[in-house]
Structure formats: C-alpha cells, structure tokens
Design a binder for this molecule. Structure first.
Ligand code: GDP
Length: 304
C-alpha cells in the first residue's frame, strides 16, 4: 500500500545519515526524493508543490532555530527524525482534519446516497458501510438497489445484504427515483433507521447519469452523499471527485482499493483539491475491510 510514496520518504531519511543537523543542502536532497515519489504516485502537481514548499520552509526554520539556539548539542532526536516529524505534520495537514463522522438524522431514518463511477467498488462499499453501521454503530440499516441499468447490480446487492444480514429493497422495472422514494416508506415498515441508496455508475461521467443522480438527490434529500473513488485511478479519481462535487455537493469520499495500489496518490490530493474529506478507506474485497479514515494513521503508515 502506497509503496511508491513510502519509498520516497525512506530515501529522504537516508539523506540525513551521518549528518549532525538539517542544512539547506540535505533538506533539498531529501525533498527532491519525496517530490519524485509523490509525482510518480500520481499526487496532483499543485498539491505536490505546496507540500514540498511547506516541508522545506518548516525544515529550514528548524535549521535556523538549531543554529541560533545552540540546541544542537542538547538535541535528543536525530535530524532525520526531526525531518520526518515535519513530514508527518504536513501529511496530516494535507489529508486532515479528521472528519469521518456521518450526519445522522433525528426522528426519521438517516439516508446515505452512494455515488461513483462503475467498477470503483461502489456496491461493495455500500455493503461494507451497512455492515459497519450495523456492527459498530448498532444501527438498523437497509440497502436500496437503485442501479437499474446493470441487471446484475440488484442481485449483487441482494447477495451482499444476505451475507451481512441487512434487508435489501428493489422494485423490478421501476425508475430509480421511484425506487428511492418507495424505499423511504419501506424503512418505516421495516423499522430501519438508516437507508443506503446504491445508485447507478457509468464508465465515465455523462449528463444522463448526473441528471439522474441530481433527481434522486432532490427527491430523497440525503443526509450524506458519499463518493466512492478508486485509488488506482490516480489523478482521474481527483478530477472525478471535483465533477461530482460541483454537481451534487458531496459530503465526503470513500477511497477504495488502497490495499492493492502501490501508487495511491489520490488519497493525498483529494482533500486539498476538492475540500471534501475522506470518510472511509477500502482496504480489500472482503466486507470487513473498511476503515474510518484517520489522517495521522495513514501518514504514519506512509512514513513507516
Ligand atoms: P461498482 O461497479 O462500483 O459497484 O463496483 P463493485 O462493488 O462491483 O466492485 C468492483 C470490484 O472491486 C470488485 O471485484 C470488488 O471486489 C473490488 N473492490 C471493491 N472495493 C475494494 C477494495 O477496497 N480493495 C480491493 N482490492 N478491491 C475492491
């Protein structure tokens, strides 16, 4: 996971080996290794530039402080550790603050609209979140199959629902807006307190899809709109997120397939570019492979 980015930070650390302090020269060498790995991992160019600038400025400030305060001899941590601490702070700043909470409604069922391009892991993630809400948050979720174009989609959701013990609602041959509206009524009958709408995806963003999603949004007024993004799509995931956000005003992102992706730069860019937080990470195909997003956790994993 995120091996390319991690290797850049490892290489950066080596630039301080045997060095007594942070200097302009070794900071430059270290940040150059990081810059290379971030771009290779498909972190957005502007985000990479800003991140490197922040790290350089902080590290150079550190150099001045060390010299001026003669603190060097008292220093317990090595220059490499100092530098990595700065990177940790800046990585957390880039991806944070923590904002993984969902919005819960009072006196009526909470609704979560799941959107995303086809193949990103949207249906799997819908099942994972339902399972998470049931087991960790002690809620009573229901799933709604609102993808009417892929015949297998409703069946896939039904299978997922059975595996996690969550009811699935679908009306054969009906349009998605009606399915979602009927689902709201069904939630009262089934005594469910959380409704997850699994909407249709396409291979690319097109007008028909966006109109349909906008219609579902205005008829159901969801409390949360979560965009499922495939980390393997790199910068395309970020561009997609920007478009979905402009049209639907998403609440946040679920970044999937971080387990299999050696690059995964989208995880670092998406908050900075869209202003929307990552809420969850998908870490595998199994239904329990979902994590609430913690910027400090991911930053620590990247830095090893
Ligand atoms: P959808 O078309 O967006 O609904 O995508 P699906 O839910 O059908 O998932 C597409 C593929 O991605 C399936 O093979 C899933 O098992 C796989 N998948 C989903 N989430 C993850 C994840 O977090 N990690 C990995 N490795 N695979 C995932």
């Amino acid at each position: 996971m995120l091996d390319v980015i991690s290797s850049g930070f490892k290489e950066a650390k080596l630039k301080f080996k045997g060095k007594a302090t942070l200097t302009e020269e070794n900071i430059k060498e270290a940040t150059s290794a990081i810059r290379k790995s971030l771009l290779e991992a498909d972190v957005e160019y502007g985000v990479t530039k800003t991140f490197i600038k922040r790290v350089q400025e902080k590290a150079l400030g550190q150099e001045v402080t060390l010299k001026a305060g003669k603190a060097q001899s008292k220093m317990k941590v090595s220059p490499a550790d100092h530098f990595i601490n700065i990177c940790q702070e800046e990585l957390e700043g880039l991806m944070g603050p923590v904002d993984s909470e969902l919005k819960y409604a009072v006196n009526r069922p909470t609704s979560i609209m799941m959107v995303g391009l086809q193949g990103t892991g949207k249906t799997t993630t819908t099942g994972k979140i339902a399972s998470f809400l049931k087991n960790q948050k002690k809620r009573k979720p229901m799933l709604v199959a609102a993808d009417i174009y892929r015949p297998a989609a409703a069946q896939q959701l039904k299978v997922l629902g059975e595996r996690i013990g969550v009811p699935v609602f679908h009306i054969e041959g009906e349009n998605p807006v009606v399915i979602c509206e009927e689902a709201k009524k069904k939630a009262f009958e089934w005594e469910c307190d959380t409704i997850l709408y699994d909407t249709a995806g396409r291979l690319t963003i097109d007008e028909t899809l966006m109109t349909e999603l906008a219609d579902i949004k205005s008829s159901t007024s969801p409390d949360n709109i979560l965009l499922v993004c495939d980390a393997m799509m790199g910068q395309d995931a970020v561009t997609t997120a920007k478009s979905f956000d402009e049209l639907l005003e998403i609440s946040g992102v679920v970044m999937t397939k971080l387990d299999g992706d050696a690059r995964g730069g989208a995880a670092l860019s998406i908050k900075e570019v869209t202003g929307k937080p990552i809420k969850f990470l998908g870490m595998g195909e199994e239904l329990d492979r979902l994590e609430e997003f913690r910027p400090e956790g991911l930053a620590s994993r990247i830095l090893g």
